[in-house]
Ligand binder design. Structure first.
Ligand SMILES: Cc1ncc(COP(=O)(O)O)c(C=O)c1O
Length: 404
């Protein structure tokens, strides 16, 4: 008996109600007439029209069909549909990087005179983007500590349009209460965007907790092997369509090649995130038991102030942890430089574990006062735990401990 291939519509129907692990492998794919099993890579900037009338109809939007890859590309669309399905969203627009996603979302949803309340614990480039560029166009910005719910309430002004957070935060793993912040945002007709880069949809679904918009740096766990830059804005159609218009007009579109890499990354995302999380938790416990370590910051530890909240909104605790060595910056640098397997690089979300000194790299653009307020001390080290054998990572970290 022969098995007929699923059509695009039959596959979409069969996936209704499917679990995220299945969506990660199957959602969004449309096979071409070649019947390829793996997703096709449409490495093309433009598309050929049948005749002039077809060109006119496709340009006007009267007929569906690609025109130019800054507007649409089938591989990029495949990635968008898969990520939207995993996040439980109606739509997604892919971008050239995570920062491209944040910039496009802000361009779409903010105007001169609007006010944004942003967590003080967000990625450094997000602060630079808001302070150096959006402020120049008349957007007002306030920063509030991620965990200070009263501070978020108090920061609201009549012109507040957007709340923006990252949870867990980088590098101290502070946990923002997505449900509580969404209630404050909704009560005040404010849009609420969550950067879900550290958890990915495998561990946390911000829309189901009340967020309106999700931001991704696909560069991190979605790729998972440190190869490509990319980003995405995910949410319901009313919030994504304006962002799509910005990307089409402004051009921070995702490359089809990168979209293909990310599609393959999504297929293994659940397995990887569980493995990253299991090793990170074991390393966090091990570090906590070392006499030379002053403090460990990982939401999977019961000692972490965000532990109970993290358990209610994340299925695992993720791959990033940080710790303070007993000593100063010199001691932290000595520790980092003693590791041989773990790479000294600022990226995270890679199969290869990475180690970095936040005060002199990722957070070096903050003033000393701002670093102190954020808890980025000179003896703090961040590790993004990869997929190597746990025992080998512990041996490598012991090399660092031995220098203290
Ligand atoms: C939480 C978070 N959001 C956004 C970004 C920016 O992403 P990209 O480097 O892909 O532009 C990063 C990068 O490290 C990040 O850690």
């Amino acid at each position: 008996m022969s098995k007929t291939h699923s059509t695009k519509d039959a596959l979409a129907k069969a996936l209704e109600g499917a679990q995220s692990q299945t969506l990660a492998v199957r959602a969004g794919q449309s096979r071409t007439n070649e019947d390829e099993h793996s997703e096709a890579l449409f490495l093309t900037s433009s598309y050929v029209f049948k005749d002039c009338a077809d060109a006119q109809a496709r340009f006007s939007g009267d007929v569906e069909g690609s025109v130019y890859s800054r507007y649409t590309n089938p591989t990029v669309r495949n990635f968008e549909l898969r990520l939207a399905a995993m996040e439980g969203a109606e739509d997604c627009i892919a971008t050239s990087s995570g920062m491209g996603a944040i910039m496009s979302m802000c361009l779409a949803h903010l105007s001169a005179g609007d006010h944004i309340v942003c967590s003080s614990d967000v990625f450094g480039s997000t602060v630079v983007l808001l302070n150096n560029f959006f402020a120049k166009f008349g957007v007002e910005i306030s920063y509030v500590k991620l965990t200070d719910l009263n501070g978020w309430r108090d920061a609201i002004r009549p012109n507040t349009k957007l709340f923006f957070i990252e949870t867990p935060s980088n590098p101290l793993n502070e946990i923002g209460d997505i449900r509580a912040l969404s209630t404050i945002a909704k009560d005040n007709s404010v849009l609420f965007a969550v950067d879900n880069c550290f958890c990915s949809p495998a561990l946390q679904l911000p829309l189901s907790l009340g967020a309106d918009i999700i931001i991704h740096s696909a560069t991190k766990y979605i790729d998972g092997q440190g190869r490509c830059l990319g980003g995405a804005v995910v949410g319901n159609a009313e919030h994504i369509e304006p962002v799509r218009n910005v990307v089409r007009a402004g051009g921070p579109s995702m490359s089809p090649f990168n979209a293909w890499v990310f599609l393959k990354g999504l297929e293994t995302l659940h397995l990887r995130m569980k493995a990253h999380s299991d090793s990170a938790l074991a390393i966090a416990h091990w570090l906590e038991s070392q006499a030379q370590i002053e403090a460990v910051f990982y939401a999977g530890l019961e000692s972490h102030p965000g532990h109970t909240l993290a358990k209610t909104q994340q299925s695992h605790f993720g791959g990033v942890l940080s710790f303070r060595v007993k000593g100063d910056q010199t001691a932290a640098w000595r520790f980092i430089e003693a590791t041989q397997v773990i790479s000294l690089t600022a990226n995270l979300g890679d199969a290869k574990s990475t180690i970095v000194h936040p005060a002199t790299t990722t957070h070096s653009r903050l003033s000393p006062e701002a670093r102190a307020t954020a808890g980025i001390t000179d003896n703090l080290i961040r590790v993004a735990v990869g997929l190597e054998a746990l025992d080998d990572l512990l041996i490598d970290l012991q090399r660092g401990i031995d220098t203290l």
